[in-house]
Design a protein around this ligand. Structure first.
Ligand code: ARG
Length: 496
């Protein structure tokens, strides 16, 4: 019997293909089987299905394949599985599979189950990238490099300071994914179509057997909501924004203009015409994929906007956006990890040179404030004027400052002098960095402590993620063991 039922005549092939989710149901098919197993156990425990029919169904489900054969035609895997069960076991037995459940609560549940795994994968990838950045910071972190604002040289920083900044951004991405995990980890099962069901199934025990922390409270919300999917897309998009900014810097830093980093050839491509070329294509792709992921987020939002409650097939179209975005994000982040851990910092690069470019000018201004009691704005003007003279004469600021200080300062209110030794010392990049006192600043003395704190955060996050993962695995094992035990019931009863 065709489980589409007698209510409708046959669907057109074109409409079936157009409305089917089979093309991407492979992402959730094994969860759909697990949900059917948990639901059947609940039906048996609630006395809603005979032990005999229930255990036969369990036996079928335990060996059901989650593979979707190419060319298989069905509305979705949910329908295909039930149809297969009915074909194999007959209506009297398998006809209970959707008693008290709907594809609406089932798909929402299966999506959450896959989302849990993908979030764990994403977290693993992000934490690995963070680990690679800490490793680099541990190795070359003391190096002084130019820091930029407006992509103009601004102030010297340590390499560690720069990578700590990226680390912290990814740390927030990880935090967001962890917080989202708790919202995802709730079971919609028992919501049925959207109103709940008169069939006695214990929602909490179904949730527990599928490894969920609890249930989605309202049955209509349970089938209608896709906000956790949007949040996952948003987590992915935010992570990709951070990834693309890092990728962009790898691209810039590996140019001969910056020359700060040498990427491993494994992540570069050559040119088909220019024999000398080494292009940072992997980083370019990360930068590009961030655009695709933002697009996936926008697509999901646009699909959900103004959609009436509760379930509509529109919701089906949200799902593949989520998988595509998470796949792209996980892959991008993992590629970045490979690039970072195989890259080498070029200690004598042109991009590293800082002393001649006035990038410590603010230190001279601060000195004038502290030592000579003028206001910062006056000091800013004096030093700005000296920088102008430095640029015009092509001489470094530390050379220009001593002979020109008296005239420059007099122009802005007070006559001050400075000797060459003092000017040199104040403008020295290392001294500039070592005089930084504010927490979170780029003083090289802060690096070991910053490294230690971040290593600790990283290992805490890693153990949280591995606990999440092992808890899912153990509930999966438990469900299968329970189901196998119950499936054997009928066989032994028949034998006795
Ligand atoms: N294929 C659907 C999806 O992915 C499953 C739920 C279908 N529900 C329905 N009432 N047609 O969302």
């Amino acid at each position: 019997m065709d489980i589409r039922g007698p209510r409708l005549r046959k669907q057109s092939e074109r409409a079936l293909a157009f409305t089917s989710s089979m093309a991407f149901d492979g992402r959730i098919s094994r969860h759909v089987i697990a949900v059917n197993i948990a639901h059947t156990i609940a039906l048996m425990e609630g006395g809603e299905v005979s032990r005999e029919a229930g255990s036969k169904s369990l036996k079928f489900l335990l060996s059901a394949s989650s593979e979707i054969p190419t060319g298989a035609k069905a509305e979705d895997f949910h329908q295909m599985l039930e149809q297969q069960a009915v074909d194999a076991l007959g209506l009297e037995t398998a006809g209970y599979l959707n008693y008290g459940k709907s594809r609406n609560d089932q798909v929402a549940t299966a999506i959450r189950m896959e989302l849990r795994l993908k979030l764990i994968e994403l977290l693993g990838a992000v934490l690995d990238l963070q680990g690679a950045m800490l490793q680099l910071a541990g190795k070359d972190g003391a190096l002084i490099i130019p820091g930029y604002t407006h992509l103009q040289r601004a102030q010297p920083v340590t390499l560690a300071h720069h990578f700590f900044a990226h680390f912290d951004a990814f740390q927030r991405d990880a935090e967001r994914a962890l917080q989202l995990y708790a919202r995802v980890n709730l079971s919609p099962m028992g919501a049925a179509a959207m109103a709940g069901t008169a069939v006695k199934i214990d929602r909490k025990s179904v949730a527990e057997s599928l490894g969920f922390e609890g249930i989605v409270r309202n049955a209509m919300d349970a089938v209608s909501a896709r906000d956790t999917a949007v949040e996952a897309l948003s987590c992915a998009a935010m992570t990709m924004l951070d990834a693309s900014r890092l990728a962009e810097e790898l691209i810039l830093w590996s140019t001969s203009e910056f020359g700060l980093i040498e990427l491993d050839d494994a992540y570069a491509a050559s040119s088909s015409i220019m024999p000398q070329k080494k292009n940072a294509v992997a980083a370019e792709m990360v930068r590009a994929k961030s655009g695709s992921v933002i697009g996936d987020l926008m697509a999901a939002c646009a699909i959900l906007k103004a959609l009436p409650y509760s379930y509509n097939l529109d919701l089906q179209e949200v799902t593949p956006q989520v998988w595509r975005a998470l796949d792209d994000t996980i892959e991008s982040v993992s590629v970045l990890t490979g690039m970072i851990s195989s890259a080498s910092i070029q200690p004598d690069s042109p991009g590293k040179k800082t002393p001649d470019d006035s990038s410590t000018a603010v230190a001279l201004a601060n000195y004038l404030v502290k030592e000579h009691g003028i206001s910062f704005r006056q000091a800013h003007a004096i030093v700005g004027y000296l920088v102008k003279l430095s640029v015009e004469s092509g001489k470094p600021l530390q050379e220009v400052a001593p002979p020109k200080m008296a005239a420059a300062s007099a122009k802005f209110g007070r006559r001050i002098t400075i000797d060459p030794g003092t000017a040199k010392e104040i403008l020295d990049p290392r001294r500039f960095l070592e005089s930084i006192v504010t927490e979170g600043g780029s003083n090289p003395r802060f690096v070991p402590e910053g490294l230690k704190a971040r290593q600790k955060e990283l290992s805490l996050a890693k153990s949280a993620v591995s606990e999440m993962s092992s808890s899912l695995k153990s509930s999966e094992r438990k469900l299968n063991a329970t189901a196998s035990g119950m499936a054997r019931e009928v066989k032994s009863r028949v034998e006795h």
